[in-house]
Design a protein around this ligand. Structure first.
Ligand SMILES: [Zn+2]
Length: 268
């Protein structure tokens, strides 16, 4: 019976799920890069995975999510990139130099310029995988006056389950170091206020970041966030604005905040 069930589910669940961090990262990248999902095209988007306490793997610059292979992934040291977050002003050349210097293997490709925010997010408690995409449906809202509202409000229960009580909202920032610093500021404020881990970060005029313990949770948050965006746009088209769930309805689905998480994430 197990075999029958497995074969009927083959279209969505691989029979032999990948187990190494690299294989899981490649599978997540292929899932996010699927053309029919309209989450990323060409070289858009990037993914990362924690490998050890001091290193992580991130998509290399110029690679394609849909077809990503091992040579398109670069292992980097957290410490080299985390140090960048504290720098006030850094030239593009200096950032490039730091990206190259962070590689574990000096012959590996240059990591994505977004490796700095991946390094930061992968150091949050319980985060082992990060996926960043530019979904058409989500960007319809992030490139509109509804961007912040879409991040802060919820329209249906499964959106809360997969994407959290709110998404972190990050006002537009120049991709690279400035964006990584803006993400860090917004995530710290979110954890201070809500005492829980963010599942989704929304970047104004740019795209979506999902983070989680597993590739499955990153994919779920991305797909559900994209579905929520489609519903928001449809409801707004009919009615001018969606009917949002109330704060009490959101709290009922989400449960209590975790003080322990706040302390751990903020190093208190
Ligand atoms: Zn991007």
């Amino acid at each position: 019976m197990g075999a029958i069930r497995a074969s009927s589910r083959m279209a969505t669940v691989p029979l032999n799920p990948p187990t190494s961090p690299l294989q899981r990262l490649l599978q997540l990248s292929h899932d996010l890069g699927r053309e029919d999902r309209k989450l990323a095209i060409l070289g858009e988007g990037n993914t990362s995975a924690r490998v050890a306490a001091d290193t992580f793997m991130v998509k290399a610059s110029g690679s394609n999510l849909a077809t990503l292979g091992a040579p398109g992934v670069t292992e980097c040291r957290f410490s080299d990139l985390a140090a960048l977050l504290k720098k006030k002003r850094l030239s593009d050349a200096a950032i490039d130099e730091a990206l190259f210097a962070a590689r574990v293997d000096p012959t590996a490709k240059k990591p994505s310029v977004e490796a700095v925010f991946h390094a930061y997010l992968l150091t949050l408690p319980g985060v082992n995988f990060v996926g960043h995409t530019h979904p058409v449906a989500v960007n319809q809202l992030l490139c509109s006056k509804f961007a912040r509202t879409f991040a802060q409000r919820r329209t249906f229960p499964d959106e809360i389950v997969c994407c959290g009580v709110e998404s972190v909202f990050v006002p537009y920032a120049d991709p690279g170091l400035k964006l990584a610093q803006a993400i860090q500021r917004a995530v710290v404020a979110y954890i201070k206020r809500l005492a829980r881990a963010p599942r989704v970060i929304l970047l104004e005029n740019h795209g979506l970041i999902a983070l989680g313990a597993t590739p499955e949770s990153v994919l779920a948050a991305t797909l559900m966030g994209t579905k929520a965006a489609e519903i928001f746009v449809g409801a707004a088209a009919i009615n001018g604005a969606p009917r949002f769930l109330s704060a009490a309805q959101v709290a009922r689905i989400a449960g209590r905040p975790d003080e322990h998480y706040r302390q751990k994430a903020l190093g208190l």
